[in-house]
Design a binder for this molecule. Sequence first.
Ligand SMILES: Nc1nc2c(c(=O)[nH]1)N[C@H]1C(S)=C(S)[C@@H](COP(=O)(O)OP(=O)(O)OC[C@H]3O[C@@H](n4cnc5c(=O)[nH]c(N)nc54)[C@H](O)[C@@H]3O)O[C@H]1N2
Ligand SMILES: Nc1nc2c(c(=O)[nH]1)N[C@H]1C(S)=C(S)[C@@H](COP(=O)(O)OP(=O)(O)OC[C@H]3O[C@@H](n4cnc5c(=O)[nH]c(N)nc54)[C@H](O)[C@@H]3O)O[C@H]1N2
Ligand SMILES: [Mo]
Length: 705
Amino acid sequence: MAASHDTRLVRGACPHDCPDTCATVAEVRDGTAVRFYAERDHPITQGWLCAKVRPYLERVYAPDRLLFPLRRVGPKGPGGAGRWERIGWDEAIGEIAARWKAIIAEHGAAAILPYSYSGTLGLLQLGIVNARLWNRMGASGLDRAICGAAAERAVEATLGARWAPDPRDVLHSELVLIWGHNPASTGPHFMPLLRQAQKRGAHVVVIDPRRTLTARSADEHIRPRPATDGALALGLLHVIFAEKLHAEAWLEAHSVGWRELRERAAEYPPERVADITGVPAEAIVALARRYATARPALLKTADGVQRHGNGGQTIRAIACLPAVAGHLGARGGGLSYSTSGYVRWDAEALGHAGECPPTPRSINMNRLGAALAGEASGPPIQSLFVFAANPVASAPNAGLIARGLLRDDLFTVVHEQFMTDTAEYADIVLPATTQLEHADLHKAYGHRNLQYNQPAIAPLGEAKSNWDVARLLAAAMGYREPWLHESAEDAIRGVLDATRAHNPLLSGITLERLQAEGTVPLSFAPGEEVPFADGRFPTPSGKVELRCDALAAEGLDPLPEYTPPAEFANGQRSKPEDERASKEQSALILISGASHHFVSSSFANQPSLMAKEGVPFVELNPADAAARGIADGATVCVASERGDCELRAVLTDDVPPGVAVAPKGQWASRSPGRRNVNWTTSDALGDLAGQSTFHSNLVTIRPLG
Ligand SMILES: Nc1nc2c(c(=O)[nH]1)N[C@H]1C(S)=C(S)[C@@H](COP(=O)(O)OP(=O)(O)OC[C@H]3O[C@@H](n4cnc5c(=O)[nH]c(N)nc54)[C@H](O)[C@@H]3O)O[C@H]1N2
Ligand SMILES: Nc1nc2c(c(=O)[nH]1)N[C@H]1C(S)=C(S)[C@@H](COP(=O)(O)OP(=O)(O)OC[C@H]3O[C@@H](n4cnc5c(=O)[nH]c(N)nc54)[C@H](O)[C@@H]3O)O[C@H]1N2
Ligand SMILES: [Mo]
């Protein structure tokens, strides 16, 4: 290397919404990142990056990166696309603060709604920025229930905490039951470990209506009708209890309500469950026996199965299985949902809510369209500040959101890296830095390491980080609290130190150590690595709550139960293939899970990844296609009672009759008719924690043209 060049290697963290939170390295030459690759020594990243993040420099240096603040000069919305004028930061921040002050004076700060989700998962650029400015202002809160709220609540209600085994412990599993989860696409670094476990003799079962990439390589694939998994789990429990395969001594000592659960499960004999789920009774009995007798069995689930109207109770039923079969606390056994509960950032250090006015109201993000139309009690939403999210592409019932964003009296600011479907509706667009241009600290939801992200390059153009924008806005609003003005490092250090004071898993983990080492594993004491090995659970009772009185106190069923989602009960049917007669008119259940090459709508504007993912498509079973006169490759209209979109039909028996699959993530602005699958999805809330119900979506599909 020529001596005149300055080359540095800078350690970072992948910020995207994925359980793997990879350790990355940027090679920076004379201020420009020239190579981007995986940290070799990281225990989970293991030296390779996924198809999405490998070409990350294409994203950082993309020609369509937003580099300057923009003000809308044409009419609102996509019709006005291209009609922007470049303005300076001072002017942009000044205009936003002036508008907000006027709104606060007239309506109160509740009329301002910040909206963010998971464009980045960093402690600083998401967590702190989500909290401080808005708390100080007294703005409306956002109920962040778009992703896994029901499962989070169900797991916490049952086990007391979102703790999960180290992914490497799968090498000790005899059976791996992967339920409504597609890690080959959504958490790919688990797959080499799973392969290794399989080579050592582990039996892998996938439960998913679709033959996913993960299901293809499993030893067994069980395909229930969508949203019937609660009945399936209760059926497995039925067999385990009936055949006395349950861990009775353990349940006596460590659980609440196992006899009541046994009574509930008694209502779900295999024949009834077969009728509900479409899974043959023999397969249910065989799986129950296999699951209960494996030593041990790992049950790994994620968020797909709970994005239904009954998702909370479904995860409650699923979460009871490892307890009843006696797998909790065994290395290689237990429940793997999320590791995110090990570190919960100190809320007061994060948001300083104790020094702020109370949050006036909270708006469920799944109801954004309805809220913009005036559903929420209190003042109408007058201003929306969107960052690290793209609700027009990613939130349910997006047509209603798009209509709301056209309101002339709504002042919308979007802070973004790209001119997304949502940014197109903004009055002011602010350019955001990428992960290479700012500092952050990341925990992971799929493993148990912290990862520090050093800025590798200077911000491109005039891009600013979320934290820098929050500080500028705080200053312009006249808020003088020091915690609204500290440096990025001090903000991270403050929350880390405050959290360490009450969390022994952070002992010895300082900012300096994170900066020096990049990856730092949580400090599990010997004997503590396997969750719940001591038989103690941080629930109100200190035991596994198979019967959960806290849920009863909220008027919910304290025992897991199966009820079909309202979308199907009110709709045509719950058993798709029973109704062959009116096939053409009859509805299909549309599942819109993760795409392989995007993360939600992130990356869906990157040409190399768009080429790999292909045009927006919907998978249909050939029998359903034939009944509707749909040929492979045809353009079809997919419609629900909420709206429609145009997709290309892919005929495949990867999806069973009665079900269709169209991945999330495609941008509306790059789709035919400027609508994506979320024009059809439901903004009804699920049975727990205000959960989104994307997959409880009845649609009709017909050929176009
Ligand atoms: N490549 C890629 N990776 C991602 C993402 C992405 O968009 N793309 N998204 C990230 C995010 S935000 C999240 S939350 C995670 C999600 O990670 P996952 O939960 O693994 O992903 P999903 O595809 O949403 O859902 C998993 C599976 O649930 C299945 N499913 C749907 N309904 C049912 C049902 O009723 N019963 C059963 N048994 N299965 C059902 C779907 O067919 C799907 O295969 O992935 C993260 N990783
Ligand atoms: N149909 C359907 N829709 C779904 C789902 C589904 O299963 N089906 N799943 C849902 C799930 S699980 C989730 S988590 C949500 C995710 O929904 P969103 O959180 O809205 O995620 P994205 O659509 O990826 O949008 C994130 C945006 O943040 C921007 N961004 C990235 N980093 C930064 C940054 O540092 N600063 C700023 N200001 N911006 C940044 C990116 O450019 C991107 O446009 O989608 C949901 N949408
Ligand atoms: Mo998510």
